[in-house]
Design a protein around this ligand. Structure first.
Ligand code: NAD
Length: 238
């Protein structure tokens, strides 16, 4: 059993699975499908160029689903860990904003945020939490250009500053918790491998096996909302 009290620098990587118990569909589950489309056909720059309205209808649907969801005990536990640990970094692949809603202050959002809209001409962003959005596709109030969701689509590169900070946190940590991610989407999937190469312990929280499971020092085959509060309790009271 790992001695959690010994870990000074803690990094956490979360994926869609941490929000599953809040009711947010994962991409790879049955409920990830919308009409007959797979996310890979809609979350791309090509799909948006071809049919922005269709892509926005999908995002509008997802925003409605996510807007009805609340953070669960796993999100809240990570907010408690941030408040209670001296060196803590939270990296997420999620775009749902639930970590912020749970009280996490500093979140490295690798794939953006579904509640932010970005002007395709000027690159400016703003938050708009309305569901449904009144006009699809939405246009920039300043310049009239199309707005897009401020998320990273398949085939696009990740925001470089955030990615650099994430790699730095992976390389510097003593332990990395990998929660609710299938560990196949790059470059996020390489973060635990970097942490491991640098000697960090890896803890996986996932009810299913993933390509990472074989490398993990501890595997908790439980839903995150069950595993994380128990882990944090043991961490504080060994
Ligand atoms: P994924 O859909 O590929 O994998 C989800 C993982 O979570 C699976 O391994 C599954 O076994 C696990 N899981 C399911 N229920 C769980 C639970 N209760 N507790 C812990 N683990 C659980 O998700 P991914 O690895 O994040 O990659 C998919 C991509 O899709 C990401 O890039 C992400 O941006 C995007 N996405 C985001 C959201 C969101 O913001 N909530 C939702 C769907 C997809």
């Amino acid at each position: 059993m790992l001695n959690f009290g010994q870990f000074r620098r803690v990094t956490v990587l979360t994926g869609a699975g941490i929000s599953a118990e809040s009711g947010v569909p994962t991409f790879r589950g049955e409920d990830g499908l919308w009409r007959q489309y797979r996310p890979e056909e809609l979350a791309t720059p090509e799909a948006f160029a071809r049919d922005p309205r269709l892509v926005w209808e999908w995002y509008d649907w997802r925003r409605r689903l996510i807007g009805a969801c609340r953070p669960n005990r796993a999100h809240h536990t990570l907010a408690d860990m941030e408040a209670g640990l001296p060196d803590f970094t939270l990296i997420t692949q999620n775009v749902d904003g639930l970590h912020h809603m749970a009280g996490s202050r500093r979140v490295l959002e690798l794939h953006g945020n579904i509640w932010r809209l970005r002007c395709t001409r000027e690159g400016t962003t703003h938050e708009d939490r309305r569901t449904p959005l009144p006009d699809l596709p939405p246009h920039c109030a300043d310049c009239g250009a199309l707005l897009r969701p401020d998320v990273v689509w398949f085939g696009e590169s990740l925001p470089s500053e955030i990615l650099e900070a994430a790699f730095a946190a992976a390389a510097a940590c003593d332990v990395m918790l990998v929660v609710g991610t299938s560990a196949v989407v790059q470059p996020a999937a390489s973060l635990p491998l970097i942490a491991r190469q640098r000697g960090a312990a890896i803890v996986e929280v996932n009810p299913q096996a993933t390509p990472l499971s074989d490398f993990a020092d501890l595997v908790l085959r439980q839903p995150a909302a069950q595993a994380l509060p128990q882990l944090w309790e043991r961490w504080q009271h060994p």
